[in-house]
Design a protein around this ligand. Structure first.
Ligand code: ADP
Ligand code: MG
Length: 378
């Protein structure tokens, strides 16, 4: 990809690129619906990335060519200069958010491409933002903006220029990721810690159901409201501070639905911590078991699964896959599977066949390896 981008840059702009940057998509091993409850998430960057060949151009204009969409955009750096193409707004937003924080941005030329599947739950948009946030920091700010702030620049870009009210996890993972490590992010304090993830003899494979059942935000908002009601009843800010004992003590004062939602959140917080301990001990069987528990919790208690994802989870279990669960908010998207290398191909083939027999199309298959986040390639 790097060689192709550099030669395309030459072709489009009649001079060589002076730098190449990249940033990754991400997975989240465990910790779902925990972010808005002040709990933990546990993401890592993956070996699928957005890469950009860049050179400053001495003007106050940004000129960018998207290889994958085969479009060109040109825009200035003032608030009124927002481009119309949605892909270019991610780059414009990163420039604007850098400037808003007192950083410098001048004109540059860029050619970029990527292999993070779009809209599959692997955060191609965060990869795009992080790639350019890192580039702008390196090219114009002597890398003075710290990495966590680069993630915030990406998050604010989604909020203010792309209409997506996201949390910090995706950009955090894309910017901070390290090969061979997952990161436990405390969504309350924003503290984070790296944990080794070197599952020798195992692969991580995502199966994308390519279905999305709920386009509206309402089920998500209803889950949030349940959590907030229970926290208020317990006299705490978020369910991060709740225990099962405390929840059981108020069981008769809250609705059965609120109870079961809160139960999932409390158990999920503990599962993330258990997975961290297991990884420190190199115990991937326990990691896998916890992933299945999360799936059951998301399906039966939090009720954000769907038939297709439960079906993929059942197949994983039947094939002897070590761990499998829904990844992301639910109602569609991917399952993430931790599977022994020697049964991986058989599992994937079986899942594709049985899913196709039942739903008329195969899931998309994405093998992933935990890799470095934002960096300069050369
Ligand atoms: P995801 O879950 O993958 O982040 P989003 O809808 O948030 O999905 O972001 C996808 C958008 O990001 C695309 O519609 C496009 O505007 C931009 N994008 C992602 N990858 C690329 C790419 N390789 N080339 C151009 N634009 C991209
Ligand atoms: Mg996105």
């Amino acid at each position: 990809m790097k060689t192709k981008l550099k030669s395309l840059f030459n072709e489009k702009f009649n001079r060589p690129a002076t730098a190449v940057y990249a940033s990754a998509g991400r997975i989240n091993l465990i910790g779902e619906h925990t972010d808005y409850n002040g709990g933990f998430v546990f993401p890592g960057a993956i070996d699928k990335a957005i890469m950009a060949a860049i050179d400053v151009n001495g003007s106050d204009k940004v000129r960018v060519f998207s290889v994958d969409i085969n479009e060109y955009a040109e825009f200035g750096l003032n608030e009124c200069d927002a481009p119309t193409q949605s892909w270019a707004r991610y780059i414009f937003g990163v420039c604007r958010e850098t400037i808003k924080r007192g950083g410098a941005v001048k004109g540059f030329d860029a050619v970029f491409a990527g292999n993070v599947p779009l809209g599959a739950g692997l955060s191609s948009s965060a990869a795009l933002e992080s790639c350019f946030a890192f580039a702008v920091n390196d090219l114009f700010n002597d890398n003075k903006i710290d990495r966590f702030e680069l993630a915030r620049i990406g998050q604010s870009t989604e909020h203010n220029y792309c209409g997506v009210n996201c949390g910090i996890m995706d950009q955090f993972a894309s910017v901070m990721g390290r090969k061979g490590y997952l990161m436990r992010l405390d969504c309350r304090s924003m503290e984070f810690e790296y944990f080794p993830f070197n599952p020798v003899g195992y692969d991580l494979v995502l199966l994308d159901s390519v279905v999305k059942h709920e386009l509206a935000d309402s089920p998500y908002n209803k889950r949030r409201a349940s959590c907030e009601r229970v926290a208020a009843r317990l006299g705490i800010d978020t369910l991060r501070d709740a225990s099962m004992d405390a929840l059981n003590a108020i069981k008769n004062d809250i609705s059965a639905e609120d109870f079961i939602r809160a139960k999932f959140v409390i158990e999920e917080k503990d599962r993330v911590l258990a997975v961290c301990d297991a990884l420190n001990a190199g115990d991937y069987d326990t990691v896998g078991r916890k992933m299945y528990e999360t799936h059951i919790g998301l399906s039966k208690d939090y009720e954000v699964s769907c038939e297709e994802l439960d079906f993929l989870n059942d197949i994983a279990r039947e094939c002897g896959v070590t761990g499998s669960r829904i990844m992301g908010g639910g109602f569609g998207g991917c399952t993430i599977n931790l599977v022994k290398c020697d049964i991986r191909d058989k599992f994937v083939a079986e899942a594709c066949k049985r899913f196709n027999d039942k739903y008329g199309h195969e899931p998309k298959v994405y093998p992933v390896v935990i890799s470095d986040g934002a960096h300069r390639e050369e």
